[in-house]
Structures are given as C-alpha cells and as structure tokens.
Write a protein that binds this ligand. Sequence first.
Ligand code: DC
Length: 219
Amino acid sequence: MAIAIDGPAASGKSSTAKAVARELGFHHVDSGSLYRAATAARARAGGESSTWSEQSALDAAQIVSLASTEFGFEPMLDGQKADSEMRSESVTGNVSLVAKMPAVREWVNSIVRRAGSEYDVVVDGRDIGTVVFPDAALKIFLIADPAERARRRLRERSGGEPSAADVEEETRKILLRDEMDAKQSGQAPDAILIDTTRLKQEEQISQIAGLARAAHRQR
Ligand code: DC
C-alpha cells in the first residue's frame, strides 16, 4: 500500500510522512532526498552546474545507494551518509535543475516504485500522487502560507524565533523554489488538500495517520 504526500517546499511533507510511517509501521521514502543525492553526486563530479548534462547527472548518480533506517531508507553517497552535503545551500540551489532532467526523474521513480513494490510506504514529494503512484491508497496535498513555511524552516534551522527580515528573505527563497519546481509539481484530482498554516504538527500528523488507517481498513 502506498500513501502519497505531496506539496510545495517547506510544507512539512517529509517530517509528516516520517511520523505517519512510524505510526503505521510503514516505510518512509523521501523522494526529494533522492533528487538531492543525485545533485550532490553530480556536484562531486565537478564543473559549473550550467554545463551539467543529463547523462552526466545520471552517471554520477550511480554512487547513490539506499541504506535502511528504522522507518525507511536514506540515500548514501559512495556508501557514506551525506545528509549535510545533500541539504547544503549549493545542492539546494541546483536541485531543481537536476530534478528537471527526465532521465533523473525516471531513475528516482524506479527506486521509489521498487520500494513500494516491496513494502507498505509513505512517500513524500511533488508528483507522487500524480505520476509515481497514481493508484495510491491515499493522496494528501499539503499547503501552508509561504511566510509560515519560511518561519518553520528558520525555526528548524536555528531553534529560535526568526526576525521579520529573515522571514521575508526566506519567504522570497521559498516562492522562488515553488516557481522553479512548478512544472514537476502537481496536486492529483483525488488528493485531499490540507492547509497546515494554522495546524500544529501533531494535529497534522494525527489527521493524516487517521486518514491512512481508514484507507488501510478499506483495502
Ligand atoms: O522536498 P525537497 O526540497 O527535498 O526536494 C528537493 C528538490 O527535488 C526540489 O527541487 C523538488 C524536487 N522534487 C521533485 O521534483 N519531485 C519530487 N517527487 C520530489 C522532489
């Protein structure tokens, strides 16, 4: 069984998907982390990102492998954990470019679909309910006000309450990301739209876990 959680940048998809997977005993797959891993791998191979070809990105991605975690999988680079590299500013700045490459999308989709054929999965991304698992048992599309998404991201990074200027700057970056990812992102017509702007994270998790349990019972 697959549960798809899609939505824009910093909408809380991954943390929600991980918590829902934990509650249900499913595997969590963060498809964005695979695009990040491919981007970090391509960056390691060198050269200006404007010169990166699709084939060179696909070749570089061969150093990516998946390690099992308690509730799912995590991409490794050359067999090593590389989380901070995959979340770095430079990877974040180039990941949309790599995620636009059809061969890279095929590579990610085949990894995600293989996981879904072996396990019950909660997968988060941008096109999971539309392209990767169009028959998912439950599709959620998470949205939140851009300034609230910015605030959450900043709090997550620094732990403290961000200044208005920082929120403004981060909101600008988030809207730019949304724009760059727009072509690859979509809300499935049968997805349940949840606006999390005024929801606490626990409320969001319990709401989706409840929907997932109901979908599971119906199968
Ligand atoms: O969710 P994230 O910020 O880690 O995603 C990283 C990038 O990958 C972002 O540019 C959107 C892209 N992405 C995508 O195109 N399709 C997905 N299913 C998941 C992420």
